[in-house]
Each structure stands twice: as C-alpha cells, then as structure tokens.
Write a protein that binds this ligand. Sequence first.
Ligand SMILES: Cc1ncc(COP(=O)(O)O)c(C=O)c1O
Length: 391
Amino acid sequence: MGLIMKIAESMSRLGTETAFEVLARARALEGEGRSIIHLEIGEPDFDTPANIRDAAKKALDDGHTHYGPSAGIPALREAIATEIGRSRGIEVSPAQVVVVPGGKPIIFFSLLACVNPGEEVIYPNPGFPIYESVINWIGAKAVPLPMREANSFGIDVSELETLISPRTSFLILNSPANPTGAVATGEQLARIAELAIEHDFIVLADEIYSRIIYGGEHLSLLTFPGMAERLILLDGFSKIYAMTGWRLGYGVMPEKLAFWVGRLMTNSNSCTASFTQIAGIEALTGPQDEVRAMVAEFERRRDFIVSGLNKIDGFSCLQPEGAFYVFPNITALGRTSKELEIYFLEECGVAMLTGTSFGALGEGYIRLSYANSVENITEALHRIKDGVARL
Ligand SMILES: Cc1ncc(COP(=O)(O)O)c(C=O)c1O
C-alpha cells in the first residue's frame, strides 16, 4: 500500500507464451462447470514412466535434496553426453553439457551469453514464442524467417540467405517444429551449416521434439561439418519422457560457452533440483519401451486429427512429420485466428491457440495439440464441426 512499483523499461519488450493464459481461462470455465477439451497446451497426456518416478522417490530417500553443481550432477552430464553422442553419431564430452530446469532456460541463457544488443537474430515465424520474446528483451533485433505453408512449413534456405546481414550473429532452428510439426531435411541443414560458417554466426538447434518423429530419422545440425564449434543443441526430458512439470532439460555446446551458461545458472537457479537429475539418469539409461509406445500413439492420433479436420468445412490441414501439433489453415472461415480461438473455447468448449501466439505470420492458422486421447479428439472434432456450422 502506498508503494509505487517502478517496472524496468526492458519489461515492455518481454513477450509471453499465451498457452498458459488460454489454459488458465479454460480452467476457469471448468470451474464454472463447463466441459472443456484441452488441445491448447503442449504436453503429453501420459504419466511419467514408473521407473523414472521410482528413481526420483529413491533419490529423495537417499538424500539427494541438497544443492548440486550449477552445470549439473556429473553422472547426468555424462549420461547426456553418451546419449547425444549415440543418437547424433558424434563425440560429445560431459564438459559440453549444461543441465538446466527445462529446455526453455537454454533459449534464455544462450541468447544472453552470445548476443549483444543491436545484433540480429534470425528465428522461425511462426515459431515457439519465447524466441522472439527473449531476442527483443535482450535488445537484439528479431529477424523473422517465414515458415510458409506453401513450403510445407519448412525452412526456405534461399529466403534465409536474403535475411543474413553483417549484423547477423545468431540463428534459431527448431526441428521437429512447434507449432507446425515440420521436420528439416538433410539438404536444408547442409546449406544452413555452410551459411553459418561463411557468415560466422552461432546456431541454436532446438531439438526438444527430436524423438517425436514419424516415419523418418531425426537429423541434427550438430552432425554437419564445422557445427560442433558454433552450435548449441537444446533437448530435454519434458516432452519425450512426459516430464513437463519436473523441469529438466539441457544444452550441449562448446565448452567455452558451457562455462558461461553454468555461471548464469549459478546466478539464477544455483542448480537444477538434485533428485530430478537422478531420475533423469534413469530416464536416459532405463527401458525406452514406454517412449516408443507413446510416439506410436501420437502417430495414430496425428492421422486421426488430420483426417478429421480436413473433413470440416473451412479447415485445410497438412500432415506434420513430427512433434504433437497440427496447424490447420482456417482463412476460409473468414474470421481472425484470435476470434476463432475465443469462439471455439467460449462457445464450443475446445481450447486451442491462435496461430498468432507463434508470431505475426501465424495469422490464418490455429494450433491444436493432439496430446490428448482419441476419444477426446473425436469429441473436439464434433464440437468444432458444430461450431463452424453456427458461425
Ligand atoms: C520448441 C520448444 N522449445 C522448448 C520448449 C520448452 O520446453 P520445457 O518445458 O522443457 O522448458 C518447448 C515447450 O513447449 C517447445 O515447444
């Protein structure tokens, strides 16, 4: 009372992730007794596998309840180095690994550690909203790389070339991508690697959905010549092990940068929770059959939701190759994406996100997460169809 809270000017540049706002509104409607189907938030509807939960319980009982090293417990950094080395087919040292609370801090810390105010950062648009938010917040210039439906939402490397300037210091890539589910091809990655070397910029490869991929192999930019020296790989446990609430992720990067990201951890979180890190070792080294079953189920749901949406007037939906999102074109409905987000939630009881949550180039699209049961998706499709008829 009586205090005037002065907010720093830089806060006006900080964006958000509106999925959390839509989730809060959907929960408020549920609180009023409304039935809502949740297709807004990007998290698996599966439980964390039992072996991982048991490892965390044991870790608590074994006393892993204290501070640990800022960059992560050595045994987890080693398990991550082994897993990334195995899955990407390259040599990775534990000293290149920094464990953080979720994948998100790697976006934040790598931009903070590598980019000066005024430098240009190229990022996918539509893309994960935190990229644009943090680029703006640190005072860099956000340069959107359009991910166009006409190009199956893939990276247009010729267009990327036209966006590179002498001030470009950093590029963000995300494959498989949120919100489109698009997967980068080997030719695209090879050309991006050449461009990064030629124009001397750093790349953040956000590979948080690397194992949620259908009918193909994940290709990592890290495996291309010259990339290990200039690439930060973001991955984590949230999506693939259904561990969103545990807050456990990591970056793999050159050792020189790992030192500074570790120091940012000391300055912010001190360390990632110790017992969740012990559970992370079990996740990586324990049985992987639940992961495979989950991905197979996502593929079944993808086929189901894509064909269902394409049967609704005004919807046109490409078949994504990875992640657990669809990004249908809804321009034929003659409403803005935001109007439809509100309409489908308030009038039809289906929570989804306007494409513009992912940047200005998301206008004309909405994002639905199919991390929900086929039964719920079926009901959501009915509600959407009825809603469209009433528009
Ligand atoms: C592309 C992308 N990167 C990073 C993250 C952050 O993941 P985490 O919950 O582990 O911080 C997400 C989460 O939705 C995402 O979609």
